[in-house]
Design a protein around this ligand. Structure first.
Ligand code: ZN
Length: 379
């Protein structure tokens, strides 16, 4: 019996949006949920106390590719698993490593049994197979594991996308069989999500989603988005896929998106999202507010006594001015990244919380309309 289960709490009467509860061995998560990205078992600029206690983050994403290469999954297993290693009390989802192999690794060769790649750290050769990436994630003790997939670049031909999607399907079956053996042996009660691929072809997306239903997985992910395609196309792919996936399972759109996109994905039946944008953009001086973006290096903020976002209740906004943050940024101070990341992550969590409340009070379409007409830049 899986310890990862999903229940729907409320459904929007006019869109595909729903609010739910995702139960995991490390806590119950209110959905829709945004998962901050802790690539190297850390969200850059924040302590685990900031994340869990101050921000209330219920689930983090960590990257299998990075942690497999360094410090290695055997070391993490020896240190008691990822939760203990990084001292994180809440849930962890790990990706399969597929996306990083295809975007970061040096020379790589896609074989039928898996993918061979060269580490971007030292050039060593490694192989990921559907089984080995499950084993790596089992060593981490992730609450939610992802099946190895091939994430094709954009654009690719229909022919290549089809061949690649069939490989992803085959890998998902192999990963699932291997994972189920561990479940039967009582080694894990966690969940493995397969990933729908098919590039930007709706027919392939539908074919992939339909075939994955056979796995009767605890949740399904939609991958291969945010690879350079125009945004309307990503949303179209989600629409094509989502109507096939069972409503009783959580759906996860991988690697999306900007604040304005979050309600768009939710409106299309998505429950889980992750993105590096709040933390990465924070470090680059790009802050998200309820009134639009703030580019903190701009001269206009030099003597601006207002907080980043007057409507935000985060520690940064309660205590510091735009003028001070701009000064820290210009001076290259570490504290800038700490304060800016804390705010940006809070902004994403606030958006998800507003969305959830709107769904529960059946006012989500109005919320969506408002979000679509929101200003791009703050004053
Ligand atoms: Zn704030």
């Amino acid at each position: 019996m899986s310890q990862v289960t999903f229940e729907t709490v409320a459904e929007c009467s006019r869109t595909r949006a729903r609010a739910g509860l995702l139960h995991t061995p490390h806590g119950t998560i209110e959905t829709p949920v945004f998962m901050p990205v802790g690539t190297q078992a850390t969200v850059k600029g924040l302590t685990q106390r900031d994340l869990a206690d101050d921000l209330g983050v219920p689930i983090l994403l960590a990257n299998t590719y990075h942690l497999y290469l360094r410090p290695g999954h055997e070391l993490i297993r020896e240190m008691g698993g990822l939760h203990r290693f990084m001292s994180w009390p809440n849930a962890i989802l790990t990706d399969s490593g597929g996306f990083q192999v295809f975007s970061l690794a040096g020379i790589r060769k896609i074989r039928e049994h898996g993918v061979e790649f060269q580490s971007h750290l030292d050039g060593d050769l490694h192989t990921f197979t559907p089984e080995s990436t499950v084993d790596v994630q089992l060593a981490f003790g992730s609450d939610i594991l992802m099946a190895l997939d091939e994430c094709p670049e954009y654009p690719v031909s229909h022919e290549y996308a089809r061949e690649s999607m069939h490989r992803t399907l085959r890998w998902a079956g192999e990963a699932n069989r291997h994972f189920q053996r561990s479940v039967v042996q009582g080694m894990t009660g966690h969940a493995l999500f397969p990933i729908v691929q098919g590039s930007m072809f709706a027919d392939l997306r539908r074919e992939c989603a339909s075939a994955l239903l056979d796995l009767d997985a605890d949740g399904y992910a939609i991958g291969g988005l945010s690879v350079g395609e125009p945004r309307p196309l990503s949303l179209e792919m989600v629409e094509a896929t989502e109507e096939i996936l069972p409503r009783s399972r959580p759906r996860y759109a991988m690697g999306v998106g900007m604040p304005a996109e979050l309600p768009e994905y939710v409106a299309r039946g998505i429950d889980m999202m992750d993105c590096v944008l709040p933390s990465r953009n924070a470090r680059n001086g790009y802050l998200f507010t309820s009134e639009g973006r703030v580019i903190i290096k701009h001269q206009r903020y030099r003597n601006d006594p207002r907080p980043i976002d007057p409507a935000c209740k985060c520690y940064t906004c309660k205590n510091y001015s735009r003028a001070y943050l701009r000064h820290l940024y210009q001076a290259g101070e570490i504290l800038y990244s700490v304060l800016a990341t804390r705010h940006n992550v809070r902004r994403y969590l606030d958006i998800m919380s507003e969305i959830r409340h709107a769904i529960i009070s059946d006012s989500f379409p109005e919320y969506l309309k408002c979000a679509r007409s929101a200003p791009v830049a703050a004053e």
